[in-house]
Write a protein that binds this ligand. Structure first.
Ligand SMILES: [Zn+2]
Length: 115
């Protein structure tokens, strides 16, 4: 390829032009996908929303050749982990409530219902 700055022929794999020092298109920074950032942040706040955003972001990154694939993947994994934890918490909570209710003596329930 040729340097876009000075026109010197340079290696296709070069990151900077050896002649003028200007960065080549190999180092052109990809625009980070906005949804990947949103999905990553939401993964911590609202896991389900983070999961959806990250899935869409991954598709967009692939389609548009944008940056942020790693971020979208991180958002995806964090969302899934957070969702699993949430489900486990709910199951534990329900189990505890049910255990607490069943631990209340029947006589007390009868007494309470009489109030
Ligand atoms: Zn150059």
């Amino acid at each position: 390829m040729y340097c876009k700055n000075c026109g010197q022929e340079i290696s296709d794999n070069a990151y900077v032009c050896p002649n003028c020092g200007v960065r080549t298109s190999n180092t052109a920074e990809k625009k980070t996908n906005t949804l990947a950032i949103v999905g990553f942040v939401l993964a911590f706040l609202i896991p389900i929303a983070g999961l959806i955003c990250s899935i869409i972001a991954r598709k967009q990154v692939a389609e548009r050749d944008e940056g942020g694939a790693g971020l979208a993947l991180a958002g995806l994994i964090i969302s899934i982990v957070e969702t699993c934890f949430l489900v486990i918490y709910i199951i534990i909570y329900v189990a505890l409530v049910m255990a607490a209710v069943s631990a209340i003596p029947d006589t007390l329930l009868v007494a309470l219902s009489a109030l």
